[in-house]
Design a binder for this molecule. Structure first.
Ligand SMILES: CC[C@H](O)CC(=O)C(=O)O
Ligand SMILES: [Mn+2]
Length: 343
């Protein structure tokens, strides 16, 4: 169990998970301003990449406004003490992008796979270690597999050289006792650090993150103002305030975090990160948070309720990378509605 908080490292993901929320339209100036402010507050790591990780700027996932390598370079220039991290999903990003990110100064990569597919991470974890980067594993949709499977997959990542493995609650579907169970199982079975990445679709991201910390997770993700996919992530400045009240000494300036949340990140938020019916259904049905905007677009194209698409995707246990299924599901639901209405 963590006692003092000195061993806890926070990774701020508003410039990466938040990329989903702004349809990947961050400008270089925005990335510079957010990075500078986070760096001044003493943030440990700042993740900068397309929302779907390196190489994600495609028609399928959404084109970035600015090349992510340019954004990574800009963030590295602004960060005096924070380390710049990147996300990579093997198959979307390649070792080529990883080398480029490293060349531009990224010091840490989280190699993300679906919770049952850790075997595809070996090459990228190896390459990151060769490049001198910290290499961490990120097991996405962690709610969707039994705890024994999560442990087995995390052990694979550990065997490839990962220095930590995250329980990644991509759908914001986990409840605090389920987070506890998962983090404890990883702590009991791994030699390396354990991390937690939450989404707030069921309004329990801070509670889940505290549960993870209490079970010994030391790599913790947050997003200022929750800026992230779905209802967003664990709200960093709130988490830091709560941790401070609990006596953890994290070494990040809380007032500066509050100020930058209002003055620097607030103005970038396009809608609001509150939990509305779409994001609530993500957590309820266990669907990838980044699918929300795709499902809403598909719903308006076919004149149907986005919740029906999300519920169907949850039943189908669709995984990241299968975004093309969203349109198929919407088309089939619209066809079914027409048949039922006899039109
Ligand atoms: C599509 C990648 C995804 O956004 C990674 C992540 O943050 C998660 O699974 O929650
Ligand atoms: Mn996420």
């Amino acid at each position: 169990m963590n006692q003092s908080g000195k061993d806890i490292k926070i990774t701020e993901v508003c410039l990466r998970d938040g990329s989903h929320a702004v349809a990947h339209q961050f400008t270089e100036q925005q990335v510079r301003d957010v990075t500078r402010a986070l760096d001044e507050a003493g943030m440990h790591y700042i993740e900068v990449s397309h929302g779907d990780g390196l190489g994600g700027s495609t028609i399928q996932y959404g084109r970035s406004l600015v090349d992510e390598m340019k954004l990574i370079e800009a963030a590295v220039e602004e960060a005096k003490q924070s380390k710049i991290a990147v996300l990579l999903l093997p198959g979307i990003g390649t070792v080529h992008e990883l080398k480029e990110a490293s060349k531009r100064g990224a010091q840490l990569v989280r190699v993300a796979t679906h919770v049952t597919e850790a075997d595809v991470s070996a090459q990228h974890i190896n390459m990151a270690r060769e490049l001198g980067m910290e290499a961490l594993g990120f097991l996405m949709m962690a709610h969707s597999a039994p705890v024994e499977v999560l442990v087995e997959q995390a052990k694979l990542m550990e065997s490839y050289g990962a220095e930590a493995v995250y329980v990644t609650d991509s759908a914001g579907a986990l409840l605090p006792h389920e987070v506890r169970e998962r983090v404890k199982a990883l702590r009991d079975n791994l030699e390396i650090e354990v991390g937690f990445h939450g989404h707030n679709n069921l309004s329990v991201a801070v509670a889940n993150t505290l549960a993870a910390i209490e079970e010994g997770a030391t790599r913790i993700d947050g997003s200022v103002r929750c800026l992230g996919a779905g209802a967003g992530n664990t709200q960093t400045e709130v988490l830091l305030a709560v941790m401070d009240r609990m006596g953890y000494d994290i070494g990040i300036d809380l007032y500066k975090m509050m100020d930058l949340a209002e003055e620097v990140v607030g103005p970038l938020i396009p809608g609001s990160q509150e939990i509305k019916k779409g994001s609530l259904v993500l957590g309820y049905a266990g669907v990838y948070s980044s699918f929300l905007l795709h499902a809403e677009r598909a719903a308006s194209k076919f004149g149907i309720d986005p919740r029906d698409i999300l519920i169907e995707l949850g039943k189908m246990k669709v995984v990241g990378g299968q975004e093309d299924m969203i349109l198929d599901v919407a088309a089939n639901l619209a066809k079914k509605d027409k048949v039922e209405a006899g039109t």
